[in-house]
Design a protein around this ligand. Structure first.
Ligand SMILES: [Zn+2]
Length: 276
C-alpha cells in the first residue's frame, strides 16, 4: 500500500529548526513553497532555504520512509503534470533502468573506486566493482536489502540516521563517500559532513548530488518545481550555500556540472577533504 503524505495523520512539529548552515534562528517563510502544513523558509542571515518543521527521525523510519513518500509524490506529480512532462519522466525512468552501469562508470571516474560509503544508500546496489560498498540507510526495508548486497561484496550497511551512522566508522576508513540525493534530506548537515571528514582518508572525496534551488527551472516552475518534496526535502541548496557548509566542515568544492549548472535541476559536485 502506498502511504500518501496528504492522508497521513500527523501532528506538525513547531517551526523551530535553526538554519542548517549558519545556525541562525531568524528565517522568513516562503508561503508560495509551503504545502500541507510544511513550512519552507529562507534564513535571514545566509539565505539558505530549508524546511523549518521537519518530522522526527523516528517517523522517517516507517511513516515517512523515503520509498513510500517518493511513490506518493510521484503519483501526485503524474496526476498534475502535462503530457510532455509525463512522457519525459517515463523516458528518464526507462533510461535509469537501462543505463545504470553508466552511472557506476561515472562514479568510478570521479571517485576512483575503493572503500566507499553511500549515505542514504537505498537498496544499496548503486555501486559495483571496483568499489567495496558500505552504506547507511534509515528505512528498515531498504536497509535489509542493502546489507545483504553489500555483505556479498565485502562491505556492510548500517541501519541508522546518516548523521549518527557516519560517526560509527573508524577514522580514515574510506576512500570516498557518496551522497546521491541525500543531503537535501539531512536535518543535521554540519554534523554529517564533519562525520565524513572524520571517516575519510586524507584527500578523500564526497560526491554530492542535490537539487539546485538556483536553477532556471525553479525560477520558472515556482511551486511546481521537481526539487520540492514534502516533507522529505529539508534543505534546498544553491552552489553558494553548498560551498558554505563544505567550507565550515573542512572541504573544498569542485563543481562537476559547471557548464550546465543554471539549466540543471541538480548540483553535481565533489567535496574534497582539505589538509588540516
Ligand atoms: Zn543561515
Amino acid at each position: 500500500m502506498i502511504a500518501t503524505v496528504e492522508h497521513t495523520q500527523v501532528e506538525f512539529p513547531p517551526s523551530t529548526r535553526a538554519c542548517p548552515n549558519c545556525e541562525g534562528t531568524a528565517a522568513t517563510k516562503l508561503p508560495q513553497y509551503c504545502r500541507d502544513g510544511w513550512d519552507v523558509c529562507a534564513c535571514d542571515a545566509c539565505g539558505l532555504v530549508f524546511l523549518r518543521n521537519p518530522p522526527d527521525y523516528s517517523e522517517l523510519v516507517e511513516d515517512f520512509a523515503w520509498e513510500k513518500t517518493y511513490e506518493a509524490e510521484a503519483a501526485f506529480r503524474e496526476k498534475r503534470n502535462s503530457l510532455p512532462r509525463r512522457l519525459n519522466s517515463r523516458f528518464r525512468k526507462w533510461q535509469n533502468r537501462h543505463f545504470g552501469k553508466r552511472h557506476v562508470n561515472r562514479l568510478n571516474r570521479l571517485l576512483g573506486g575503493g572503500a566507499t560509503l553511500d549515505i542514504g544508500c537505498g537498496s544499496g546496489d548503486r555501486m559495483g566493482p571496483p568499489f567495496t560498498p558500505y552504506g547507511i540507510e534509515l528505512s528498515k526495508a531498504l536497509h535489509a536489502q542493502a546489507d545483504a548486497y553489500m555483505k556479498q561484496h565485502g562491505g556492510e550497511c548500517l541501519h541508522a540516521p546518516g548523521a549518527e551512522g557516519v560517526w560509527m566508522f573508524p577514522a580514515g576508513k574510506f576512500d570516498s563517500v557518496i551522497m546521491h540525493s541525500y543531503l537535501e534530506h539531512e536535518v543535521e548537515v554540519l554534523k554529517t559532513l564533519r562525520g565524513c571528514h572524520h571517516c575519510l582518508k586524507p584527500g578523500g572525496k564526497i560526491f554530492v548530488r542535490v537539487p539546485n534551488y538556483a536553477s532556471l527551472n525553479r525560477r520558472i516552475a515556482g511551486p511546481t518545481w521537481c526539487g520540492f518534496r514534502y516533507p522529505d526535502h529539508v534543505n534546498y541548496f544553491t552552489l553558494q550555500t553548498l560551498r558554505d557548509v563544505a567550507d565550515k566542515t573542512g572541504f573544498d568544492v569542485k563543481l562537476v556540472n559547471r557548464f550546465s549548472l543554471w539549466f540543471n535541476d541538480n548540483i553535481h559536485a565533489l567535496l574534497i577533504k582539505k589538509d588540516t
